[in-house]
Write a protein that binds this ligand. Structure first.
Ligand SMILES: [Zn+2]
Length: 85
C-alpha cells in the first residue's frame, strides 16, 4: 500500500479518520505491514502483505490477523467489536 493512498482512507463504518502505524516498508516506501486504527470507534485495520484489511466485522478472520498483531504489538488489546471471544 502506498503511503499516499492512506490519505484517501477513512473508517468504513463511521468515516472517521484513521491513525497509521507503519511496521514494515519496502524500498519504494510502500507499507507492507502496519496497523490503522479508527480515531472514533477504535476499530483496527491491519495491513498485511501490502493490503489494507477493511472488511466488515463479520468477515474478519481474527486467527489470520493475530500473528501480525502479536509480532508487532504484543500488548495490543483489541477494543470494541473484536474484544469478545
Ligand atoms: Zn470507525
Amino acid at each position: 500500500m502506498k503511503l499516499s493512498f492512506f490519505d484517501k482512507l477513512c473508517c468504513p463504518f463511521d468515516k472517521s479518520g484513521l491513525q497509521l502505524e507503519v511496521y514494515l516498508q519496502d524500498e519504494e516506501k510502500n507499507v507492507i505491514e502496519g496497523l490503522m486504527t479508527c480515531t472514533s470507534c477504535k476499530r483496527y485495520f491491519p495491513i498485511a502483505y501490502g493490503v489494507p484489511i477493511m472488511t466488515p466485522d463479520e468477515y474478519r478472520e481474527r486467527q489470520l490477523e493475530r500473528p501480525l498483531l502479536e509480532k508487532w504489538k504484543p500488548d495490543f488489546e483489541p477494543q470494541g467489536f473484536l474484544s469478545t471471544p
